[in-house]
Design a protein around this ligand. Structure first.
Ligand code: OXC
Length: 313
């Protein structure tokens, strides 16, 4: 199997494999980030950072069942300076270090991005436009004018590799309108998708919601969301200019799930719910399952099938 390669690159950033963690689970503390450094994750991606350290929403705020997860973490994180200052100590892992940014306002985002731009040891920025769990704050990605305004201001100050994490879209007109906006800017990548916002999971035995914030409403991840994630990857790959890489995220727990994302056009994929469930071993397992599947189909590289999903004529 040694001749099968799952290496890839995101707008010029080389990755030894196409699999790394999604911003969210197990990437908040220095211990988490070191674990990712030691693991088979091809990159280290931090928890979405805000200007100041933030405790997030009250617990219970995460729940999983066999089909996936619901969360309303509310962006608990150590503040951007923490993730900025850890960059040099993570260099030893010789893998890209991405910092996720999710300020509570445009001004906060600009302040954080400006500072991260000064740090050569931060490889890239993933600007999260899609957290569904901040009470009272809508998801920026559903306000198209606001997305335009944010990108306009961000690219006045940003010189780093920068991409955005989008919420899922469900109507074709929204894909077209959002892609038109994104294509106007020097974005390096787009991550599709964040959790499906404001879902509700119920425990029938107790006749209760399963998480506390927002009366039980939270972001849905895992198997529940794979078809939506695949559709978003596929449509954005079709509509975005080729300089923008597409990162798939949503429902990846096996090599076959990763294969499906790549077939839809993903250049790399992120693991969220399954990483939370299984821990760092998931990267090595999914990588070897993906390699095995590629081998059985006679593929040696991702480029041989990336985006080549067949249609029924
Ligand atoms: N998406 C996010 O962007 N953030 C987290 N949850 C989620 O589903 C969070 O911190 O709430």
């Amino acid at each position: 199997m040694s001749e099968v390669s799952v290496s890839t690159n995101i707008s010029g950033i080389e990755l030894k494999s196409c699999l790394y963690n999604a911003s969210g689970p197990l990437c908040t503390t220095v211990e988490h980030l070191n674990d990712l450094g030691l693991s088979h994750s091809a990159a280290i991606l931090s928890k979405s950072s805000t200007l100041k350290e933030h405790k997030g929403n009250p617990s219970p705020r995460y729940f999983e069942n066999e089909l996936g997860s619901i969360n309303s973490m509310g962006l608990p994180n150590k503040g951007y300076l923490y993730y900025d200052s850890l960059a040099s100590s993570l260099l030893k892992y010789e893998k890209p270090y991405f910092v996720s940014v999710s300020g509570f306002s445009l001004e906060e985002n600009l302040c954080i991005i400006k500072k991260l731009n000064e740090n050569k040891e931060v490889t890239a920025i993933e600007l999260n436009l899609s957290c569904p769990n901040v009470p009272g704050k809508p998801q920026t990605g559903y306000d198209f004018q606001q997305v335009k305004l944010v990108l306009e201001e961000v690219f006045k100050i940003n010189k780093k590799t920068l991409g955005v994490k989008l919420p899922p879209y469900f109507d074709l007109i929204h894909f077209y309108s959002m892609a038109d906006i994104l294509n106007e800017y020097p974005l390096s990548f787009v991550t599709c998708i964040n959790s499906i916002g404001n879902g509700l999971v119920i425990d029938v035995e107790t006749e209760s919601v399963v998480i506390k914030p927002k009366n039980g409403f939270g972001g849905i991840g895992g198997d529940y969301i794979k078809p939506t994630a695949l559709a978003n990857v596929r449509k954005f790959r079709e509509l975005l200019k080729k300089e923008i890489s597409v990162i798939g995220c949503g429902g990846i727990k096996t090599g076959m799930d990763a294969f499906e994302h790549i077939l839809c056009g993903a250049d790399a994929v992120q693991i969220g719910t399954q990483f939370m469930r299984e821990g760092i071993n998931c990267f090595e397992r999914i990588e070897s399952e993906l390699k095995e599947l590629m081998q059985s189909k006679g593929y040696k590289t991702l480029n041989e099938f990336k985006g080549n999903i067949k249609l029924i004529h």
